[in-house]
Design a protein around this ligand. Structure first.
Ligand code: NAD
Length: 477
């Protein structure tokens, strides 16, 4: 469904994110006809260059990062026609009048801030002061949204001083992933699962976001952040919320986000013994976190595993285990709902039985697996075995075309004015209010993160977090 024509102003148009994700995402939407021909993308950055030079830069980015651009040169040329470039100093006075002139009246305006968060406030203020922000405008901000509760509150205050909450779109690109949205469809469009979706039937939940790469190239930034701030407070928290939330009464942005906030507010304080932090260490070429971060004394975690309890009627007694890390065995993300054993087992005990589980794979190969226990085939007695019912979305829906990137979906939602897949201000603050004491707690304890070998599944202590309770993590594959 095509969206209405719009003017999108992309701050940070020459930056890494714009070149790798945002412009390719817009190109894909243009190529399939969702972005109308008369939409305009006005890129801005600090660099002095004319439109022709910026178009050349964008052409080379698209040929590199948007595979369809190579095959569809006429779409590429038409898309480039929609792009303009205006040099703007976000922190100073230059360029704002030119930007104002480049915009059309009576058009949906979206300002996408793909720049350092230190510029969010100044840009919001200038858009307002120069009369560029209109009542139909939206402002989109990238992560990280704050470093702690205090800084997140300050960012919220800066944005809300210039835009209404209904105009503010805080991106968490995990929410743009198909499977993450499918989690809502799976839960609330089927009658099969919801009766089982509670502590009576679910033993525990595992949420894993594993990366195989280290922090090479962005070590300095990462070292000030760490896995807790970079991944848990935002992405894993969003996955936890969508898994644990109550059914909203309507599928509207605020009804969905109200339920997510309630989950965050129901999180119990986490004991330090329920947190494991790790840091990858390796000899030789592969390099250690300390080499990659350029900080030999660093205590920043490149891995974290946490046991989280949700204090409400649905989930009391069902722990949620979260883990994320760099330099692990594979790049894979999943949510595993592990069900309780049958109350009474009439069959001989099966060695290594893991029990029923629903595994929601976010990457690679987005899809859902259901693990069932069945009878082992053959006449040799009655033995049990486990099989998986596997549904890979690409196979099931015959969609082997290029997968849609999370950014594409989210940018079109901004134009449509749909905030469902964006974080509300109170949601971000609640997540920081939960994360801050954990981070302060381990800083006060002064402990160093446990070392782990690259290519594995993290530190030994993380395995123990489940073993000590008679559970085990799923293999990272
Ligand atoms: P980058 O350093 O590659 O690009 C920054 C952009 O900001 C450039 O276009 C630069 O010209 C512009 N800029 C800087 N100072 C400016 C000023 N005073 N006035 C006008 N323009 C100015 O950064 P990036 O990697 O593209 O990241 C942009 C934002 O997105 C950051 O907030 C980052 O945390 C976030 N982010 C990036 C990624 C990623 O993969 N790169 C992923 C998630 C979030």
């Amino acid at each position: 469904i095509p969206v209405d024509p719009f003017d999108l102003v992309l701050f940070g148009g020459t930056g890494d994110l714009a070149r790798r994700k945002i412009l390719p995402g817009l190109f894909h939407r243009f190529a399939v006809g969702q972005m109308p021909q008369d939409a305009r993308i006005i890129c801005t950055a600090r660099s002095a260059m004319d439109r022709a030079a910026f178009i050349e830069l964008t052409r080379s980015s698209l040929l590199k990062f948007a595979s369809a651009a190579k095959e569809n040169s006429s779409a590429l040329e038409s898309f480039l026609q929609t792009i303009d470039y205006v040099q703007v100093d976000a922190a100073g006075q230059d360029g704002w009048d030119a930007l104002s002139k480049a915009l059309r009246p009576d058009m949906v305006r979206a300002f996408y801030l793909s720049v350092s968060p230190s510029l969010f406030g100044p840009i919001a203020h200038k858009l307002n002061n120069h009369g560029i922000a209109t009542p139909q405008s939206r402002i989109v901000v990238e992560k990280p949204f704050g470093h702690d509760l205090e800084s997140a509150k300050a960012l919220n205050a800066d944005l809300r001083g210039n835009f209404e909450e209904h105009q503010i779109y805080r991106i968490d690109h995990y929410l743009g992933k198909e499977t993450v949205q499918n989690l809502m469809a799976l839960r609330f469009a089927n009658s099969l699962w919801e009766p089982l979706w509670n502590s009576t039937h679910v033993d525990h939940v595992q949420i894993t976001v594993a990366e195989s790469l280290g922090v090479e190239g962005r070590g300095e930034y990462y070292d000030r952040s760490g896995a807790m701030r970079d991944m848990v407070q935002n992405h894993l928290m969003q996955l936890l919320c969508l898994t644990a939330m109550e059914p909203p009464s309507r599928f509207t942005p605020d009804a969905v986000r109200d339920e997510k906030v309630k989950v965050i507010e129901a999180l119990e304080p986490v004991d330090q013994s329920d947190i494991v932090r790790g840091q990858y260490r390796a000899q030789g070429e592969e390099g250690s976190y300390h080499d990659h971060s350029g900080n030999p004394q660093s205590r920043t975690e490149s891995f974290v595993a946490i046991k989280v309890n949700i204090g409400n009627w649905r989930w009391a007694g069902t722990p949620f285990y979260l883990r994320t890390g760099k330099k692990l065995r594979a790049r894979s993300s999943e949510i595993a709902i592990v069900f309780r054993d049958p109350p009474h087992m009439i069959f001989p005990k099966m060695e290594g039985r893991r029990g029923n589980a629903m595994i929601i794979r976010l990457q690679p190969d987005e899809g859902i697996t259901l693990r069932n226990t069945i009878k082992e085939p053959g006449p040799g007695g009655f033995r049990l075995t486990e099989v998986s019912m596997d549904m890979t979305f690409a196979d099931a829906l015959d969609q082997h075309a290029e997968p849609q990137d999370a950014y594409e979906r989210l940018i079109m939602d901004v134009i449509r004015g749909d905030q469902t897949l964006f974080m509300r201000g109170d949601e971000v603050e609640a997540a920081w209010a939960w994360a801050d004491p954990l981070i302060e707690g381990w800083q006060d304890a002064g402990r160093t993160p446990a070392p782990y070998d690259p290519g594995g599944s993290g530190p030994e202590d993380a395995l123990m977090l489940l073993h000590r309770e008679g559970r085990r993590w799923r293999e990272i594959m």
